[in-house]
Ligand binder design. Structure first.
Ligand code: F3S
Length: 244
């Protein structure tokens, strides 16, 4: 019996909901109770609630493997991927779930990620080359040059970092750590031949200089990446670029 209790637990999920067509009851908190088994993630539980209790509960999910970034949300005050967050590991009998802060909510836990994607486009997130490609091979890198991209390319664009950043809360046009990390992934690439073209959007009042080195973005990243380090490196590169 005691073993069974260790394997199962009654958990209350307090979900911040938003219904744009809800009239006076647009924003409210709804509680759901669920018997959770050891090993279940928050996403498993949200699916259970949606399928068995309330089909109107809205949230994003796709890969269920921590790769697509779709299920980022604020769980007990911390931005996390719901699919990678084990309910038992939270150690609480009540779990509060909110949409990512700072983004416009479309419905319940689903936020509008279009502005986030536009900011990535602004930094031109691709290799820019000027020289003709080699005729007999791809553009090659040494192992050392490739290793410089570790910690930069793994971003899954979940938005957890930008959503946790006070500079973003104060300025919705702030590019945000996700865009900085993406820009540095290409500026640091030995095959890129036009760093200045990535810098256009970064050297702006909504760009690099608005970061106050608060580090929330580092704590929030579910992939343990370090946008603040990328921001510092970008500032050094930008100064070098400016003074020629
Ligand atoms: Fe924001 Fe991260 Fe800078 S939290 S202020 S982008 S160090």
């Amino acid at each position: 019996m005691a073993q069974q209790e260790q394997e199962r637990r009654l958990v209350t999920f307090r979900v911040k909901r938003y219904n744009p067509e809800g009239g006076e009851r647009k924003r409210y908190t709804q509680e759901y109770k669920l018997e959770v088994m050891k090993g279940q993630s928050v996403l498993d539980c949200l699916n259970d609630i949606r399928w068995k209790q309330d089909g109107s509960l809205t949230f994003r999910r796709s890969c269920k493997s921590g790769i697509c970034g779709s299920c980022a949300m604020t769980i007990n005050g911390v931005n996390r991927l719901a699919c990678e967050t084990q309910v038992f590991a939270l150690g609480a009998s009540t779990i509060t779930i909110e949409p990512l802060r700072g983004f416009t909510v479309i419905k319940d836990l689903a936020v509008d990620i279009d502005p986030m994607v536009e900011k990535i486009h602004a930094v031109r997130p691709y290799l820019i080359t000027k020289s003709p490609p080699p005729s007999d091979a791809e553009r090659l890198q040494s192992p050392e040059e490739r290793a410089r991209l570790d910690g930069l390319y793994e971003c899954i664009l979940c938005g957890s970092c930008t959503s946790s950043c006070p500079s973003f809360w104060a300025d919705e046009n702030y590019l945000g750590p996700h865009a900085f990390l993406k820009a540095y992934r290409f500026i640091a690439d030995s095959r890129d031949e036009a760093p200045g073209e990535h810098f256009d959007a970064l050297d702006d009042k909504h760009g690099l200089w608005r970061c106050h080195t608060i580090f929330n973005c580092v704590e929030a990243c579910p992939k343990s990446l370090n946008p603040t380090k990328a921001i510092e490196a970008l500032r050094r590169e930008l100064v070098k670029e400016k003074i020629g």
